[in-house]
Design a protein around this ligand. Structure first.
Ligand SMILES: O=C(O)CCC(=O)C(=O)O
Ligand SMILES: [Mn+2]
Length: 249
């Protein structure tokens, strides 16, 4: 498939693989109960992990219904249930490290592989967290630095957090209700980026309904096995909220 691309790392992405707990977290209050934390260089050895994951994951190319037609998502993905073995210990260390920091138990993990600047995810909110006011979506970047845009739902100025390899972004509170996020396409020269993400939502009035094709959601599962995204149309100009009436996933 030709998916091995050069890693564009940063200085902090080398060394032992795993969280570096001494790294500072910077919180931005986004208003209306939403916030985002950024911890630059939080994960050591991010470039090594990136290289191994490029070939060590059974990447899947998902297709989805969009405006009544089936389209390829412009990225590769893989989702691991909470009880599924992860392909690399470093991923488990990421999940444990985020759990320690936020005092929650995180379960399922989503991996997304942006092979080059043509891969992307359109502005969206994570679907099952949209109506929950107490959420956490933690995203670790491995590999190339790409724009990561946050934009208020309904319009407004975007914030570009531009995570580099080893940086951790954590969206929290009402962020999935009040802000959209996106990894837009970039013109040329972008290397490969993998994101690993885990999610948590406060239980109560919240039911998990989603699982990837071939998996049945389980009533016994934790609320953190939530859907990574409701996004990924081939046409990035359309926010995913705007139209997947035909979304049959
Ligand atoms: O890859 C990323 O950084 C974001 C992915 C995302 O938002 C999603 O899959 O829901
Ligand atoms: Mn998302």
């Amino acid at each position: 498939m030709g998916i091995i691309a050069p890693v564009q790392g940063n200085l902090f992405a080398v060394g032992p693989v795993g969280p570096r707990p001494a790294v500072a977290f910077e919180r931005t209050d986004l208003g209306r109960g939403a916030w985002v934390d950024v911890a630059r260089g939080w994960f050591g050895g991010a470039d090594d992990l990136m290289v191994r994951l490029q070939t060590g994951v059974g990447w899947q190319h998902h297709r989805r219904w969009m405006y009544e037609r089936m389209v390829d998502e412009p990225r590769l993905s893989r989702w691991f249930a909470a009880d599924e073995a992860l392909p690399e210990e470093g991923l488990a260390a990421f999940r444990t490290g985020v759990g320690r920091r936020y005092h929650h138990r995180f379960g399922a993990m989503a991996l997304n592989f942006y092979r080059d600047g043509r891969d992307s995810v359109a502005p969206h909110t994570d679907r099952e967290l949209r109506h929950v006011d107490d959420t956490i979506v933690a995203i670790l970047t491995l590999g190339a630095e790409r724009p990561f845009l946050l934009r208020p739902v309904g319009g407004g100025r975007s914030i570009d957090l531009r995570p580099a390899s080893g940086d951790l972004l954590v969206m929290g509170g009402t962020c999935q209700e009040t802000w959209e996020h996106a990894v837009p396409k970039v013109p040329r020269g972008a290397g490969a980026r993998i994101s690993a993400s885990v999610r948590w939502a406060r239980r109560g009035g919240f039911e998990r309904q989603w699982a990837p094709a071939g998996r049945e959601p389980s009533d016994a599962g934790p609320a953190d096995d939530t859907q990574p995204s409701d996004a990924g149309p081939a046409d990035d100009t359309q926010p995913s909220d705007a139209g997947p009436a035909g979304d049959r996933r």
